[in-house]
Every structure is written in C-alpha cells, then in structure tokens.
Design a protein around this ligand. Structure first.
Ligand SMILES: [Ca+2]
Ligand SMILES: [Ca+2]
Length: 289
C-alpha cells in the first residue's frame, strides 16, 4: 500500500499511516513530525555544515533546565508505527564545556496510553531507545520497554544493553523490574557479545546513522560506521512478552537528568547544564516492514 500511495500520490489517513517517509529537516516545518518543548527550542532548517544536505533539526536545551523528560525539546511523528525499519542521522548533545552535566539525548519509539494490552497488570509502556549521557559520549544505552508504573519506586519491565562504542565492549546486558537491578539475559537476548568498535567514537562530536529494525521476533539495533558499513549493536531475540505490543511514535529529544549518571560514577555527573546544549538531527526515516 505504501507504494500505491506514492505512485498515485493519494492523500488519505490510510495512506499516510502506511507510507514510508524521510524527513531531512531542510524546511522550517515537517509534515511528518510535530516539534515542541518548553525547556528549549527545536529549530528545523538550521544551517548546519555537517548535515548531508546542509540543514538539520537543532534542539536547544536551555541553560539550567528543570530535570526530567517532560518539557524536553522533542520531535514526534504524528503517526504511529510498529514493525519496520527506523533510521536517523544524528549528533548527541555535547557538554565538553561542563563535563559533569546530566543531559540525555534520545532517539526512540514511544507510546503510552496507560492501557494494559499485554495483560500483566502493569500499565504498558511501549518504547525502544537509543540514549546517550553527555558525560560519557562514547557509551550508548539501548533499551526495550514494555511496562512502566508510576509507583515509588516505579514498577518497570525493560531489557537493557550498554556499549562503549569506542572499544566495542558491552558494559551491561540486563532485564529489570526495578531501576538499578540487573537480571541476566538469556543467550538469544545478548547477541553479539562484542560489538565492532568505532575508533575514537564520540556521539557528541560526529554525526552517525543509527537504525532500528523491529519485527515480531526481533529488535535489531544498528548503526553505520564511517565507511557506511552496517554495525549490529544488539540483535535482540527475546520472548514476545519483552517486546512492545503497540504502534509507537518515532521520536527524538534532549533533556536534563538529575538521577541518571554514567557507570562507575558516584552521581556527581548530573549537574544542570549552565549554558545552552544542542542536539542535531540531520535526517529521519521510517520504512514499514
Ligand atoms: Ca502491561
Ligand atoms: Ca538534513
């Protein structure tokens, strides 16, 4: 149906929901994404010499922003999607002028209407994430969420992988029902055990393509190396119960965290940024399976 929509140029909700799209962020607005944010500003069409087409979406996170993801400058698709392939060329927030800043850059899929379609008694939280802490820009955090309940502490269901991409070393493979806990994943849930390193990788100084293939039996996190080669970060083949069950918005954002710090730190690396912080998105696409 996607092809028919493209061939005939049909415009309907049905075609829109099924059409593949690419958003290069060259214009001042998008037909595919809504942008917003009270803790900063999304600016599409930003003149960016490092963007392939000279234009990007630049998120500015204001100095001294309130902590938390609410209010983050963000881009979110109007439509919701499930199985298919997602790619984004992006550069995460850089805080080298204040290395203890607690700032998260995210590329992710998300939907949460507090329903419980997987029937485990916990509100569903369908979400698949790439995230970077600016205090450790060589490390990528990958996660696959199914549930999140706003209790104290929160009741969560998430599988999680952390990789130092400058060395290719997998720092953590976990299943969690509580923050901080780490239950061992089964073998099909933690492949590959070692990732192809990218020499000098720094998510905050260089653009890279990050990709996600979501299928009924697989969540495949990928990126492209400097020569265009595809690198598998995590080829997750876990039980269906650990994969999102809803169609999700495709999103990007940047925000201040005051309770998440890099592994090995003692919680000092979560200062509020005192000057503006920027995340850049050059191109974003979704292709249905
Ligand atoms: Ca649930
Ligand atoms: Ca662009």
């Amino acid at each position: 149906m996607a092809n028919l929509c493209l061939i005939f140029g049909l415009v309907s909700t049905f075609c829109y929901a099924n059409a593949q799209f690419t958003e290069n962020w060259a214009g001042s607005s998008s037909q595919t994404f809504v942008t917003y944010g009270t803790h900063g500003t999304p600016q599409s069409g930003f003149a960016d010499p490092d963007a392939l087409d000279g234009r990007s979406l630049r998120f500015t996170l204001n100095p001294n922003p309130p902590a938390g993801v609410g209010g983050a400058p963000a881009a979110e698709t109007f439509g919701r999607y499930k199985y298919g392939t997602y790619w984004t060329r992006a550069k995460a927030a850089n805080c080298s002028n204040q290395p203890l800043s607690g700032v998260v850059s995210g590329i992710f899929t998300y939907f949460n209407d507090q329903g419980d379609r997987n029937g485990n008694g916990i509100p569903d939280n369908s979400e698949i994430d790439f995230e970077w802490l600016c205090a450790a820009p060589e490390v990528v955090h990958l996660s696959i969420w199914t549930d999140y309940q706003e209790t104290d502490p929160p009741n969560i269901r998430v599988v999680y992988r952390t990789i130092d991409l400058s060395t290719g070393r997998v720092l953590m493979d976990c299943y969690r029902e509580r923050f901080g806990e780490c239950r061992l994943l089964s073998a099909p849930e933690r492949q590959p055990s070692q990732v192809t390193p990218i020499s000098g990788y720094d998510s905050s100084t260089e653009y890279f393509w990050y990709g996600l293939e979501f299928a009924a039996d697989r969540v495949h996190f990928m990126m492209r190396g400097r020569n265009g080669e595809t690198i598998t970060l995590w080829d997750y083949r876990g039980p269906t119960a650990r994969m999102p069950q809803d169609e999700m918005h495709f999103m990007h954002n940047v925000w201040h965290t005051n309770n998440w710090w890099p592994e090995g730190d003692d919680g000092t690396m979560i200062e509020a940024p005192r000057s503006p912080v920027y995340m850049y998105v050059d191109s974003s696409s979704f292709t249905p399976a």
